[in-house]
Each structure stands twice: as C-alpha cells, then as structure tokens.
Design a protein. Structure first.
Length: 179
C-alpha cells in the first residue's frame, strides 16, 4: 500500500502577513488609525460648543450656556410712557420706513387709507396680535398704550384723524377683547 499522506505545504496555512514588518503595519492601520479618526470626528462634532481661542470673557460665555430657560424681567411701573413717534422710531421704523414684507410705508396715504377706514380698534388689534408678516407687538418692550400711540402716529402721518389714546383707552380695549 502506498502512503497517501497529504503533503502539507507551508504556503497553504499562512495568512496575508508574512513578516514582522507587515504585522506592524497591519496593527497600526487596524487600531491606531481608527482611534485618530474617532478623535477627529469627536472634535469636529463638538467644535461649535468650544469658545474661540483667546476668548476674553470665559465666565460670560459659560453663563450664557448654562442660563435658565425662563427669566423674569422687572420693569418700572412708574416710568414715563413713550410717545407714538418715539415708539415708531424705536420699533416700527425698520419695516414701515422701507415697506419691508408688505408693510405700509409711513405717510403713504394710498396704503394706509383702507386700513384707517377699519378703525382704531382694528389697527390696534393687528399691531398687538400681529398680522401677515408682522409679529405681535404686544407684550414686548413697550406697553399696549405705547403701541397704540405708535399706531395713531403712523395712521395720522398718512392722513388719518385719529385721537391720541389716553391711559384708559388700552384698558378699555383690553376689556373688550377679553369678552
């Protein structure tokens, strides 16, 4: 009988790594490179939250990030209320001077005419609650009376003959709106 032993060839049982240099390269590319890729990705994802290098006021930056969601603003109830022109120049001029987003321009009688015909209450309601692209002005930096004065200022600038509201007019308007 013949000996049918299978001859083992050394090449059949070896892997792709044939010498120590290849082993070191395989370890390097298998473990070290992915670690650096992960570190790079983490730095990329968190880079928005880092303050700029050489930031002057680190305490302020940290305080801004950890501030409470809500806040209370205490205002002086006895402050002098602003006139319609002052409120217009502080808040309304940015859109109504240029006609941005379809806002009627100041002193444009053709644009303000149909609005003035709807009456003061309608104009005030639109200003306080917002209309179209204009956001609600009520509850902001100015009291409702000051917003009402600005509405009258703009309407009268376009030829309206609305009376300047007094301190009791917005209170009456607010009580009617609540009903």
């Amino acid at each position: 009988m013949s000996d049918n032993r299978h001859a083992t060839h050394e090449e059949d049982h070896t892997g792709p790594v044939k010498n120590p240099k290849q082993l070191l390269l395989a370890v390097f590319f298998s473990f070290v490179v992915p670690v650096f890729i992960i570190i790079g990705l983490v730095r990329y994802v968190t880079s928005d939250n880092m303050p700029a290098s050489g930031a002057v006021n680190m305490e302020k930056a940290v305080a801004m990030r950890i501030q409470k969601v809500g806040s209370i603003e205490i205002r002086d109830a006895n402050r002098v209320l602003k006139s319609g022109a002052e409120v217009y120049n502080a808040q309304c001029v940015s859109c109504h001077a240029t006609g941005a987003a379809g806002a009627p321009k100041f002193a444009d009688a053709a644009a303000w005419g149909p609005r003035i015909l709807t009456g003061f209450e309608s104009l005030l309601n639109s200003a306080l609650k917002g209309k179209g692209a204009m956001g609600a002005q009520g509850g902001g930096d100015f009291e409702d009376l000051e917003i009402a004065r600005a509405v009258v200022h703009m309407a009268n600038g376009a030829g309206g003959k609305l009376a300047e509201p007094t301190a009791s007019a917005p209170a009456a308007a607010a009580s009617e709106a609540a009903q």
